[in-house]
Write a protein that binds this ligand. Structure first.
Ligand code: MLT
Ligand code: ZN
Length: 469
């Protein structure tokens, strides 16, 4: 327990580092940090601090670790696993780490501050005719630092990979105050361990990311999107596999959502299903072409039998409107209540069986119909279950078992955070978890960063153990 005296003297020290206006102590301002937007996570912040440089971050971390006070990093608060919600911690808000570097037109790279939102980084790259290879629905709030910390995936991962693929360097601060800076962006750099790669996806438990060097891509000349209705997941997977083979790198995105999701988003946005008849599964596709007509390419590649259940959007406005059906789903579900969220991935071939098993499991245990959507092209489904406000750990365990049985991961893109911590052992062996703890202890010896996130406490075995090898 951190006493009021400790907090008061820490506050004075932090004011000396960042100035009084960037140390927040008033309760009415702290509440904004204390709740995640899904409503699943709520905690208490001792205070919040807003450093503007890596040096200030270093000062903050040293002061906190000396005072034995833990720190949770807060970007856009768009995470879904409680990783940014404080639990008697200091909140380190990255908002002021907001610099945009010049776009390097030789390497197609840019360095941006951790607190820059995805949308702002995209706007900056687009002015130079370039774009970010990662995109997701929460772009207006999600920060680049948070996306690096969680190795965000999103809708373009099937084509360009997750955040890790696009990070070609970073600056990060350890709780010891040491600053790791690797921002040259050189493609070939095999000198020693790849520390940036280790920090990507570490969810604020190893270091605080302060700046990121991003690989950009040239904007394709033309894009088209399409919504296709499928009879079931088997047909949807067959369609996507066929298109991946036919269209190769032209296929930029292949997301999906089920009928329950379509009904939820139509009610939320007060719009109607763009297809004339309801379908069990909807696939939303995006094709980019440097030279050819992407809509024609897409129409030619799709099985003629499916053309009746397909709408194509060619211009930017229609394309965005079509994607809104998919991208508003998280909010549409949130508007219905507090949802239990399972963010899983399985090999694509296992999607039809997994989706059916998951639907049955949810129905049997809760009586509710799951709302399922996700990124079909890379085997990532988001299973949302409403109306289970009382803890139903039985469902969590059953879903983890199901994922393991299908050779998948319990966290595809949202991370482990606090939400999935006790299930880490279902997809990671004890040898792996031991190695993770060794890294954690070496880089954050005072265990100042991200307490309770990612790793199960050392002395508490994970709730589910895959093996003891
Ligand atoms: C998405 O794909 O929409 C996001 O990962 C958020 C969610 O799971 O709801
Ligand atoms: Zn997603």
């Amino acid at each position: 327990v951190v006493t009021d005296e400790v907090v008061a003297s820490l506050r004075d020290e932090l004011v000396g580092i960042v100035g009084a206006s960037d140390v927040i102590v008033s309760r009415d301002r702290l509440v904004a940090y204390e709740r995640d937007w899904t409503g699943n996570w709520e905690g208490r912040a001792l205070l919040a601090v807003r450093p503007a440089t890596a040096r200030e971050v270093a000062g903050v971390l040293v002061a906190c670790s000396r005072a034995r006070v833990t720190v949770v990093v807060h970007g856009g608060n768009t995470g879904l696993v409680g990783g940014a919600t404080p639990d008697s911690d200091v909140v380190l808000d990255t908002t002021r780490l907001d610099q945009l570097g010049d776009v390097d037109n030789h390497s197609f790279q840019v360095t941006v501050g951790a607190g820059v939102t995805l949308e702002r980084a995209q706007g900056h790259a687009r002015v130079a005719g370039l774009d970010l290879p990662v995109d997701l629905g929460a772009r207006s709030g999600a920060t680049i630092g948070g996306m690096v910390a969680t190795n965000a995936g999103g809708r373009l991962a099937v084509r360009y990979g997750t955040m890790r693929t696009s990070v070609c360097g970073l600056e990060a601060v350890l709780s010891t105050g040491r600053i790791i800076e690797r921002l040259s962006g050189v493609l070939k750099d095999n000198a020693g361990y790849d520390l940036p790669a280790l920090i990507v996806g570490s969810e604020g438990t190893l270091a605080v990311v302060t700046r990121v060097r991003l690989q950009l891509l040239r904007r394709p000349a033309r894009r088209a999107a399409a919504l296709v209705g499928a009879r079931d997941y088997r047909e949807a997977v067959a369609l996507v596999s066929h298109l991946r083979a036919r269209l190769s790198v032209s296929l930029e995105a292949a997301d999906c959502f089920d009928r329950t999701a379509m009904e939820a988003v139509c009610a939320y946005l007060r719009v109607s299903d763009p297809l004339s008849e309801p379908h069990h599964v909807y696939v939303i596709l995006q094709v980019a072409e440097p030279n050819d007509d992407p809509a024609a390419t897409l129409a030619a590649a799709v099985d003629p039998e499916l053309l009746d259940a397909m709408v194509i959007a060619e211009d930017t406005a229609r394309r965005r409107a079509l994607w809104t059906y998919r991208e508003a789903l998280n909010e549409a579900v949130g508007a219905q209540g507090i949802a239990r969220k399972y963010d899983i991935s399985v090999p694509i071939a296992a999607i039809p069986a997994f989706a059916e098993d998951a639907r049955q499991e949810v129905e049997r245990r809760t009586g509710a119909t799951a709302t399922v959507y996700g990124h079909l092209g890379d085997g990532n489904l988001h299973v949302n279950v409403l109306g289970t406000s009382g803890a139903d750990d039985g469902l969590d365990v059953a879903m983890a078992d199901l994922v393991a049985a299908h050779n998948g991961s319990i966290s595809a893109e949202h991370g482990i955070g606090r939400a999935k911590r006790s299930f880490l052992g279902s997809t990671r062996s004890s040898a792996e978890i031991e190695a993770m703890w060794a890294v954690k202890r070496a880089l954050d010896p005072t265990e100042t960063l991200g307490r309770g996130c990612v790793l199960p406490p050392w002395d508490e075995p994970a709730a589910i153990e895959r093996s003891s090898t």
